[in-house]
Design a protein around this ligand. Sequence first.
Ligand code: FAD
Ligand code: AMP
Length: 475
Amino acid sequence: MSDKNFDVVVIGGGPAGYPAALRAAQLGLSAACIDDWKNEEGQRLFGGTCLNVGCIPSKALLESSELYHRAHTEFAVHGIHVGGLGLDVEAMQARKRGIVKQLTTGIEAMFKAGGVTGFKGRGKLLAGNRVEVTTDAGVEVLTAQHVVLATGSVPVELSIAKFDGRRIVDSTDALAFTDVPKRLGLIGAGVIGLELGSVWRRLGSEVVILEALETFLPMADQQVAKEALRHLKKQGLDIRLGAKVTGASLEGNAVNVRYEMGGAAQELVVDVLIVAVGRRPVTTGLFGADVKVPVDQRGFIEVDEQCRTTVPNVWAVGDVVRGPMLAHKGMEEGVMVAELIAGHAAQVNYQTVPAIIYTAPEIAWVGKTEEEVKASGRPYKVGTFPFAANGRAKGMQQTAGLVKLIADQEHDDVLGVHIVGPLAGELIGEAVLAMEFSASAEDIQRTIHAHPTLSEALHEASLAADKRAIHGINR
Ligand code: FAD
Ligand code: AMP
């Protein structure tokens, strides 16, 4: 055992942990990052869930599957005829793995360049801000001025539908299918369920999504959610709301899924069942016997607004703490904590965390939904604009959806922007920046938006909030 001393030791090298270590090093602190991720080939890679089995591989497959789908359904409209269109799932997966490899090894390169010491192994917080690291080479103990816990989350397993890795699977397995399942079932119409359902539907699966709630995407603005549901159903995603799964069992080469819907017991037989009912925080084996970091009933490490735990100099960020389980939320928290440790002023604006669902059309939003604003009693105004009236969207043959802007009736500040439509995830960036700068609807109205661009739809929605826009003149 050897002792090593760092200003900052980060446990967890996902999108919350690795930026914390890099930022600390940038600010002149000595930093280490410990991560125990192992891929299916046994390689240890930094990047956590997001880079290895989350954001990045899912977006790679969403892109490939969307291209295939569009080649089938849309190219002919453009006057492009492709004969003998074929599908090579292994090539698609190989491209995905290549992207993951480039990005995960990129973190190691950044650590090297930035002066962060990376440990590939398991970290455990001991008393007195010491951290035990277990790697293939053995066990050592680091001492740290500050420790940042960034151990992330894993998929929730249902006792009524236990994973077997082949027929009843989690999101990680569902990103690695080597064949397109003929009949695919999903439990959960959340973000992950919709994205995975979209990938395999576009590649040919018959997809049924069972969702216990009666409301589709309850966290989203309901006008936008309803519009999205209409388009997703049109693509053949059979989304059954109010369908509570009560059991699933393997029968031969199939999975028999039992659920209750409309007061009646129902059954669904599929070849593969993906369980996508959320994720839970990971703290197993993280704390030494005499470490007292409070964890709430659901397993999240308790922190204040600036990610401090109640133990001095121990911080926690990302999926393992409260708030949306999103990579960019974790990144911001990691950077904030590094800056606070370095003595800077820093904060995360939790009011402007964007949410994106990478379906087609994409769904994206920032700020409050109309339902939330209405419930608050604050007088408000709404402007909407359909992509069907946007020239760029027409050129792209992607006119589904709309932009909706909600602003305070009296003071005009933008309270929320909700988009369903082409590249909504890119377009929402402008709304996030506007809200971060406390923009009014008038600020967006007076901002020149290039023509013809999709961003003009936000401009038009801001004008419509004052009912001055004449719909349908955006050529
Ligand atoms: P993780 O990324 O989970 O990283 C934690 C790391 O800590 C892991 O590598 C883990 O092995 C390691 N670890 C845990 N315990 C220890 C220990 N004791 N010692 C050492 N290492 C340890 N978010 C988005 O914002 N956009 C998306 O498009 C998106 N798509 C997603 C798609 C899918 C299919 C999934 C599953 C998730 C997606 N997410 C997306 C969510 C995103 O992946 C998470 O919010 C993000 O990864 C959380 O980052 P984190 O650093 O907190 O945790
Ligand atoms: P998310 O938390 O966004 O990943 O979404 C998970 C979804 O799964 C939620 O909308 C839950 O309502 C849904 N869900 C959880 N358990 C069940 C179940 N037994 N049957 C159907 N849907 C479920």
